[in-house]
Design a protein around this ligand. Structure first.
Ligand code: NAG
Length: 343
């Protein structure tokens, strides 16, 4: 797929619709019709990223990082100047997340193919340098790393996803969710198909997790001191709640609600982190939302990444853009950099 990048100067207000119930082009069959449509959606960065992913708000610089997974690229967007810069690192494999390393300016941890490691980038348009693998994952050929995120202590969790065969079928249950310890990855959840969104409750007692193929958001008890999970149960089932698409990346707000990007689901659903009830829906002008993160000076802007791959670009020309959503009446937490020295 052609990978074009165009800078969008200024915010282009697309949608402004608050409350009143979602009007679905699919008809009236969905329970999601009962929840309010919320937020004011604007394009942050207009680009047909093949699979935009992994928004990360770097609080000390007040900038947003993200990746284009198949585009093998990492990005930096400065909302103050509206300038977006991009670096590629093309080893022939995908780059699935980018997380700054605490205390090491210009060093980022990335998931790259079957490896996790660090890379150097000066933030300018060009090429990232010096990928240094911390660890390789040994498992089925074709699997690769996907989403990654740190707990409040800066400890990295990242999972893998199965490969798609020539018939477009993914290898089931062949992936894992890992925790990075020193320079090795320790399996925490096995029999995963497509490891994706993660979030921790503000008291660090709960860990929310999405295996996209399950079409659920699950929750575990979390022990922040030992960084261990236990007692898995289902919090939110997309199908039971009448939602279309697949759960992808997610984040949490200060009120304990989850914000779950729906791939092929046209937006982001707000889910109560205790009851699992859907409480609101952000409708995007594109079908494939991939992930979201809070940012901005007050941490009250929800940045949402999307994918162009497989989308009907004549009908949804903004597919692959990064969006910003205001007016959500809550705020989140800054993204957590990796603390390498605690590992
Ligand atoms: C994958 O795991 C699920 C849930 O444990 C199980 O129902 C299913 O049969 C497994 N599929 C394969 C192909 O192993």
């Amino acid at each position: 797929m052609h990978h074009s990048v165009a800078e969008n100067g200024g915010f282009f207000l697309l949608v402004l619709c608050i409350v009143g119930g979602v009007v679905s082009s699919q008809g009236n069959k969905l329970k999601m019709l009962d929840i309010p449509e919320i937020g004011s959606v604007a394009v942050l960065y207009e680009a047909q990223l093949i699979t935009g992913e992994g928004p990360f708000w770097k609080e000390d610089e007040q900038v947003l990082h993200f990746v284009d997974i198949p585009g093998r690229s990492i990005f930096r967007h400065d909302p103050a100047t509206e300038i977006t810069t991009k670096a590629t690192y093309d080893e022939g494999v995908s780059i699935s997340f980018v997380i700054p390393v605490a205390g090491q300016e210009g060093t980022f941890m990335i998931g790259m193919g079957q490896s996790v490691g660090t890379i150097e980038w000066d933030g300018q348009d060009g090429t990232a340098l010096n990928f240094t693998p911390l660890t390789n994952v040994e498992e089925q050929a074709g699997n690769r790393f996907n989403d990654g995120k740190c707990d409040r202590n800066g400890r990295l969790w990242t999972g893998t996803m199965g490969y798609f065969n020539e018939n477009g079928q993914i290898s089931m249950n062949s992936s894992n969710l890992y925790r990075l310890d020193s320079d090795s990855l320790e399996v925490q959840v096995e029999y995963v198909t497509l490891s994706n969104g993660m979030a921790w409750s503000s008291d660090d007692k709960l860990f929310y997790y999405i295996d996209t193929w399950s079409l659920r958001v699950d929750v575990f008890d979390y022990d922040i001191d030992s960084a261990t999970i236990s007692n898995r149960r289902t919090l939110f089932d997309l199908v039971e709640n009448g939602f279309e698409g697949s759960p992808d990346g997610m984040t949490i707000d200060v009120d304990g609600n989850l914000w779950v990007a729906l791939y092929n689901g046209n937006g982001v659903v707000k889910v109560n982190g205790v009851t699992g009830a859907p409480e609101g829906f952000i409708r995007l002008p594109v079908p494939k939302a991939t992930s979201c993160a809070w940012g901005g000076a007050d941490l009250d802007v929800l940045y949402v990444s999307t994918a162009a791959e497989g989308a009907d670009l004549s009908e949804f020309p903004l597919s692959g853009s990064m969006f910003k959503v205001n007016g959500l009446s809550t705020r989140g937490f800054p993204s957590v950099p990796v603390q390498i020295d605690i590992l």
